[in-house]
Design a protein around this ligand. Structure first.
Ligand code: 13P
Ligand code: SF4
Length: 357
């Protein structure tokens, strides 16, 4: 039997993670920017597509201007279906890139191109490509939270709502998996599917901060509460979950569960849509601080927070921060994404946001 591989740790160091800075504007300035952005969207035939983790101001503006709020893949699908020639993606860079890959003929703008993702940053394409080349016997499955160049090297792309089904399907075909980049999500998929998986050692700096010990204490204080967990969280948190689900799945589960109190382990930007979905329920953030606190991002993604009204107005005024993806990469990266879309259609599985939120 060959010796187990020890893979390098690709998690970011604390000094590589920016502070989470949330824009706070005086009401008059905020209203002026909102009106300005609305006019610019109309005059440019542009549509605002925002992720659940962005500032509620942006989510609200997207809804009020005929745009859309959802998870990463559904944002791209919406962009594809929309008649708008310009998509303004409020989220992180891989979301802008996926929108561009699925809609190469459209202009894709973002409030800032500095909005990265720790999973994407922790999986550099040249290193990842070399790693894949060392394991030609494995099917390469990557998470949506990766660069276009990493997707271009993959056989399949999955989202958190589709990962277990896709990997189980590949396991049934006798395939061994090389998974990247999130090790916690990878461990969860491995445990659920029983597949032979080699795991890249990346992590989300936001979800990694949720604490098993403090969550157990919080549950003891709220005995009737149900726990909803995103699978990017560590195993000690996942094992206490009543539901493990993607962002969209968490909103749907919150609606369907009969509990009055819900403890939620994901970025707290989701509380805007969650509270809309279940206005009569009490929502509590799962703990990131406490006895074992190390958190810097504390349940709010520093890169998502870079999407501000001020930057959005600037982007629309100047046309700055356009997403460009090399046509060769678009061609190769679209294949693993389309494989997932076809799989979902064949299985009639709902991997999209609003329809299952
Ligand atoms: P979704 O794909 O569910 O939108 O999640 C993206 C993400 O960044 C989770 O941390
Ligand atoms: Fe990436 Fe985590 Fe931020 Fe999601 S919350 S965009 S996985 S760093």
């Amino acid at each position: 039997m060959s010796a187990p591989l020890t893979l390098p740790d690709y998690r970011l160091r604390p000094d590589q993670v920016p502070e989470t800075v949330v824009e706070r504007l005086p009401p008059a300035e905020r209203d002026r920017l909102r009106a300005r952005i609305t006019n610019l969207l109309i005059s440019q035939g542009a549509v605002l597509v925002a992720h659940y983790y962005t500032d509620p101001e942006l989510q609200r503006l997207a809804e009020e201007t005929g745009g859309y709020v959802s998870d990463s893949l559904d944002m791209a699908r919406y962009g594809h279906d929309s008649k708008a020639a310009t998509l303004v993606v409020c989220g992180v860079r891989f979301m802008g890139e996926t929108a561009k890959i699925l809609n190469p003929e459209k202009r894709v703008l973002m409030p800032t191109l500095a909005a990265e993702c720790s999973l994407d940053l922790g999986c550099p394409a040249p290193v990842f490509t070399a790693f894949c080349d060392q394991h030609p016997d494995r099917t390469v499955v990557v998470y949506a939270n990766t660069s276009a160049a990493v997707k271009a090297r993959a056989d399949w792309m999955v989202t958190s709502s589709s990962a277990v089904e896709v990997v189980s399907f590949l396991r049934d075909r006798g395939e061994k998996i090389l998974w990247a980049p999130d090790k916690y999500l990878g461990e969860y998929i491995q445990q659920q599917s029983g597949a032979d998986m080699l795991l890249w050692q990346g992590a989300c700096v936001v979800h990694e901060e949720f604490k098993g010990l403090e969550l157990a204490e919080l549950r003891a204080q709220h005995p009737g509460a149900k726990v909803l967990v995103h699978p990017e969280s560590p195993a000690a948190v996942i094992k206490q979950a009543d539901v493990v689900a993607s962002t969209t799945g968490i909103i749907r589960a919150a609606r369907e569960m009969d509990a009055d109190t819900l403890i939620v382990a994901t970025d707290n930007g989701i509380f805007y849509k969650l509270q809309q979905a279940v206005p009569d329920k009490t929502l509590i953030e799962a703990p990131t601080a406490g006895k074992s606190a190390t958190c810097k991002s504390c349940a709010h993604c520093p890169w998502m927070a870079m999407n501000t009204l001020t930057r959005l107005a600037h982007t629309l005024e100047t046309g700055a921060n356009e997403i460009h993806v090399d046509p060769d990469i678009i061609e190769r990266a679209s294949k693993p994404i389309e494989r997932l879309l076809n799989f979902a259609t064949e299985r009639k599985q709902q991997i999209y946001g609003r329809s299952d939120a």
